[in-house]
Design a protein around this ligand. Sequence first.
Ligand SMILES: CC(C)(COP(=O)(O)OP(=O)(O)OC[C@H]1O[C@@H](n2cnc3c(N)ncnc32)[C@H](O)[C@@H]1OP(=O)(O)O)[C@@H](O)C(=O)NCCC(=O)NCCS
Length: 263
Amino acid sequence: MAYVVDIPLAEPSPPGSVKPSLLKLIREDIACVRQRDPAARSQIETILTYPGVHAVIWYRIANRLWADDWRFPARLLSWFGRFVSNVDIHPGARIGHRFFIDHGACVVIGETAEIGDDVTLYHGVTLGGTSWFPGKRHPTLEDRVVVGAGAKILGPITVGAGSRVGANSVVIDSTPPDVTVVGIPARVVRPQLGHRRVVGGIDLDHHLMPDPVGDAIAALLDRVEFLEARLAHMQRRNRDAGASATKSPNVTAPWSPMESDNG
Ligand SMILES: CC(C)(COP(=O)(O)OP(=O)(O)OC[C@H]1O[C@@H](n2cnc3c(N)ncnc32)[C@H](O)[C@@H]1OP(=O)(O)O)[C@@H](O)C(=O)NCCC(=O)NCCS
């Protein structure tokens, strides 16, 4: 079977390297759901009713088999995971800690995709390849990336840490960290700290609340500073005009403070 002898992209771990415990990884995947989905009410509910979580569990096991060179059982288990969850994660993909797929439907993650820690995907996301050549051909998502529903991220590009991809966007170029990208092809619409709305989950940046009173005070302070500078300028001009009038008594001062109010 051709797919069993794929190019070995998910290298077996180097000898001596310690793999994190499978159970610990799965526990983290389950626990993170309650932080990112306000609808999740309990751990048991998450385990039983979240297809995205089921998909990740099947992936974690299949990925262990894949990394230990059990390629066919890994693919078979992956197929089973896809069958029950409608999420297709290639067992060779590399996925970090606390990975969450919300809603779980129609997500596709290709063989050479790499995903950092604390990444969230919504339904309909594809991390796809753009070539048929073996080697790195799927995207890399760095830590804390959030990908909106239906977004497609294509090719061996990198989505920078903390970035957000808008729903239904198509990302074909690498993006810097901490930005929001939207559209087809996706473009940066703003740096992460410039927005206030949240992608479905819980906004943990509570310290970034809008502050209209603070903004108004800042505008007033700017205005006062401007008026002070203007007054100082007028006083200087007045002083200079007064001085030249004293020198030549026939010349009247070109400007009087009383007329300056609107100037
Ligand atoms: C992109 C997103 C993360 C919002 O980011 P944000 O930084 O708060 O940006 P804003 O909502 O202020 O929008 C910024 C600009 O991008 C546009 N925009 C936002 N989302 C967009 C999208 N998915 N596609 C195209 N344009 C989009 C807005 O119209 C706005 O344009 P403007 O500046 O010309 O007015 C959010 O719109 C999104 O797509 N979230 C995904 C949510 C999701 O998939 N939920 C599934 C739950 S089941």
